[in-house]
Design a protein around this ligand. Structure first.
Ligand code: FES
Length: 108
C-alpha cells in the first residue's frame, strides 16, 4: 500500500528528510539531478542516522561516518583514495513516487 509521507518541496535536490511511517524509520533523499529515493534511515554499517549523517553526492547518498555510499537501488560501495570502488553491504530501499506535489512510499 502507498502512504503519503511528505510534500515534494520538503526534499529539495541534494537534501535528505527523515520520516517515520507504519513503524519504519526511513530517509527520503533526492539526487543532485532531482531523482527521489527512499531507504532505511540507519546505515547498515554502524547504524548512523542518514538524515543527519547522510550527504548527497551526485546520484548517491554518502554516510559521512565512514563514507559508505548508496545509490537509489540500494547498492552499497566505498571509494578508495585511489578511486577504486569496493562493494559494501546494501541498504534496504523502498518504492517511492510523487503525485501532485506529494511524496508517497510503498509499504510492503
Ligand atoms: S555508519 Fe555509515 S559508513 Fe559507517
Amino acid at each position: 500500500m502507498w502512504r503519503d509521507v511528505a510534500a515534494s518541496e520538503d526534499v529539495k535536490d541534494g537534501r535528505t528528510l527523515g520520516i517515520a511511517v507504519e513503524g519504519l524509520d526511513l530517509v527520503l533523499w533526492r539526487s543532485m539531478t532531482g531523482r527521489l529515493a527512499a531507504c532505511d534511515r540507519r546505515c547498515p554499517h554502524q547504524w548512523a542516522d542518514l538524515e543527519t549523517s547522510g550527504v548527497v553526492d551526485g546520484d548517491e547518498l554518502v554516510c559521512v561516518s565512514h563514507f559508505w555510499r548508496f545509490d537509489a537501488e540500494g547498492r552499497g560501495t566505498k571509494l578508495s583514495a585511489a578511486g577504486r570502488r569496493d562493494e559494501k553491504a546494501p541498504i534496504e530501499v523502498h518504492e517511492v513516487q510523487e503525485t501532485e506535489g506529494r511524496i508517497q512510499v510503498r509499504i510492503r
